[in-house]
Design a protein around this ligand. Structure first.
Ligand SMILES: Cc1ncc(COP(=O)(O)O)c(C=O)c1O
Length: 448
């Protein structure tokens, strides 16, 4: 008789690294020399051997309130004991409504309705679908085109990779979705290198949207989606005036403007949302990550009142939007979200990030002149540091820096190709900022 896998598993299976196919990871390199953490608290991760690493990347741009904060942990524990799950379709639970109100109250203008999901990728696909459906319910079914931007990252759903602008995320996955076009990237090293914050040059690049309108006609375009700061491809702040011009062109042509704030939301740029920092109100904001400080998966889309209202018609027993997830507004995520928003408020963490922006930028810029440093782009409490690629080995220097940071400098950072991306929890202290950049400087010299 064959032994079942399960009975073997309970007895003898070793802690084998092989079965887990890791996401966006060089699996073979990882499994040859793993980077595992087993515990975290506030600004630090801990390894099984007891090493203490300072977190320079807020996990994956998400633990904005710091790790394992007591009020968030307690809220999750309480919720798990009280209500594990409520059906998301046709039923709900009070914390879902409470969290929607709290998130909406942080957003500018009439961005006052929230559709919940479980990740940034789902938030993006949800927003794109709402855009298409919005035009549809208003009788503009020909508005089907979606406009993204080169170097944009909008997660990994088919919608997100279609509007995204990263070749590696697109080229293996067929024709993606039809009718997508892209704006040019706002980054130009020759014009912008070593700028602190938003570059002077590049606002005019928003006019490329007029070019796409001329090519496709506005009557075929549903929405434009951009990250206010394109974070995942190396922290590319918007040139001055760029987002305002995009907003004006979208208004002129009846095109919806979506800000993907999965990273820029919840304090990364010193405000609840980048929309507030830049004084531009988009039609939708996607969020995830920081809403629960990374503690429980959650994402969502903030939509303007007019968009929500456009759907609220027809017989009242009929579903208005055929979209949703089993775990939309999951009770654990809502409890975590409410506790997280309390912490952001009670500890003034968005304001703290705003105050730390100048010392953060100054410390980052101190790395200028180190070997291979081609550009440094601090904005808010994040920075991208471009290193020159090794000849014929694009991405290797960045990979080595990330590895060396973990194994030898007790620092967690992100390597994106040959760019180092830093984004600490918003509770970081000025001395920890000094510690982080001191370590990064050593790493850059070591990988020279
Ligand atoms: C701007 C943006 N959109 C979407 C996503 C996708 O989020 P998730 O990985 O939660 O699906 C990310 C992730 O980094 C992101 O930065």
């Amino acid at each position: 008789m064959a032994t079942s896998k399960a009975s073997v598993a309970t007895a003898t299976v070793p802690n084998d690294l092989e079965p887990y196919w890791m996401p966006f990871t060089a699996n073979r390199a990882f499994k040859a020399r793993p980077r595992l953490v087993v515990r975290a608290k506030d600004m630090h991760y801990f390894t099984a051997e007891g090493r203490k690493l300072i977190d320079g990347s807020a996990g994956l741009w998400c633990t904005n309130a710091g790790h394992n904060r007591d009020p968030i942990v307690a809220a999750i524990q309480r919720q798990a004991a009280e209500l594990d799950y409520a059906p998301a379709f046709q039923f709900s639970h009070p914390k879902a409504f409470e969290l929607a109100s709290r998130v909406a109250s942080l957003a500018p203008g009439d961005l006052d309705h929230v559709f919940f999901c479980n990740s940034g990728s789902e938030a993006v696909d949800t927003a794109l679908k709402i855009a298409l459906a919005f035009h549809n319910v208003r009788g503009n079914a020909a508005r089907v085109r979606l406009i993204g931007r080169e170097r944009g990252y909008h997660g990994v759903g088919f919608g997100g990779i279609a509007v995204g602008g990263i070749v590696g995320n697109r080229k293996m996955f067929g024709a993606l979705i039809a009718g997508v076009d892209h704006l040019p990237t706002t980054y130009n090293r020759a014009e912008q290198a070593f700028t602190v914050g938003e570059p002077e040059w590049g606002g005019h690049l928003a006019e490329a949207l007029e070019g796409l309108v001329a090519l496709h006609d506005a009557s075929t375009i549903a929405a434009v989606i951009v990250e206010p700061v394109a974070a995942s491809t190396g922290v590319l702040p918007p040139p001055k005036g760029y987002l305002q011009r995009l907003r004006a062109i979208c208004d002129k042509h009846g095109i919806l403007l979506i800000f993907d704030e999965v990273i820029t939301g919840f304090g990364r740029l010193g405000y609840a949302f980048a929309a507030e920092r830049y004084g531009v109100i988009p039609d939708m904001i996607t969020f995830a990550k920081g809403v629960t400080s990374g503690s429980v998966p959650m994402g969502g889309v903030l939509v303007r009142k007019g968009i929500y209202d456009a759907f609220m018609r027809g017989p009242e027993h009929v579903i208005e939007l055929f979209h949703g997830y089993t775990y939309s507004a999951h009770p654990l995520a809502c409890a975590a979200g409410l506790a997280t928003l309390d912490l952001y408020r009670d500890e003034n963490l968005f304001e703290r990030a705003r105050k730390l922006e100048a010392p953060w930028a100054q410390a980052a810029m101190s790395l200028k002149g180190l070997p291979n440093v081609l550009d440094i782009r601090p904005v808010g409490l994040t920075v991208g540091i471009d290193l020159a690629s090794k000849p014929d080995a694009v991405g290797k220097r960045g990979f080595e820096a990330m590895e060396l940071a973990f194994h030898e400098q007790d620092l967690m950072i992100r390597g994106v190709g040959d760019t180092l991306a830093l984004s600490p929890p918003l509770i970081v202290s000025e001395s920890q900022i000094g510690e982080i950049f001191d370590k990064v400087g050593k790493i850059i010299k070591a990988v020279a």
